[in-house]
Design a protein. Structure first.
Length: 117
């Protein structure tokens, strides 16, 4: 059972990372569409890739929920996705993060960790 729980938590973390990749792909698709309509954006390769990563995210997360309570797993999924997305977007898309933003992320992650205990 311990190995199953460890694998489930690993699935949650990987699902959170895949959510980040999916969001980055959607951002890239919206940038690549250059203001074109929604239908044109849907056929962007980055949009399709983003949906693919979201799909794998859902599959892994649902597998983890066979072992872990959703009330504990989802906050961790959200924390991983939220924190990695903010940091990676700062590097990839040159989005700015201030010290206050980093402190806020820390406070949110700490709070989510307490909820998930």
């Amino acid at each position: 059972m311990i190995q199953g729980i460890n694998s489930a938590w690993l699935f949650v973390v990987i699902a959170g990372l895949l959510s980040t990749v999916g969001n980055l792909c959607l951002k890239k698709a919206s940038m690549a569409s250059n203001g074109a309509g929604f239908i044109e954006m849907v056929f962007q390769p980055y949009f399709i890739g983003g949906c693919f990563f979201y799909g794998i995210n859902v599959l892994l997360f649902s597998k983890a929920l066979q072992t872990i309570d959703v009330s504990k797993a989802y906050p961790i999924l959200a924390a991983v996705g939220f924190s990695t997305l903010a940091i990676v977007a700062a590097f990839v898309f040159r989005e700015t993060l201030s010290m206050i933003n980093y402190v806020g992320m820390f406070v949110i992650i700490a709070g989510i960790s307490l909820v998930a205990l």
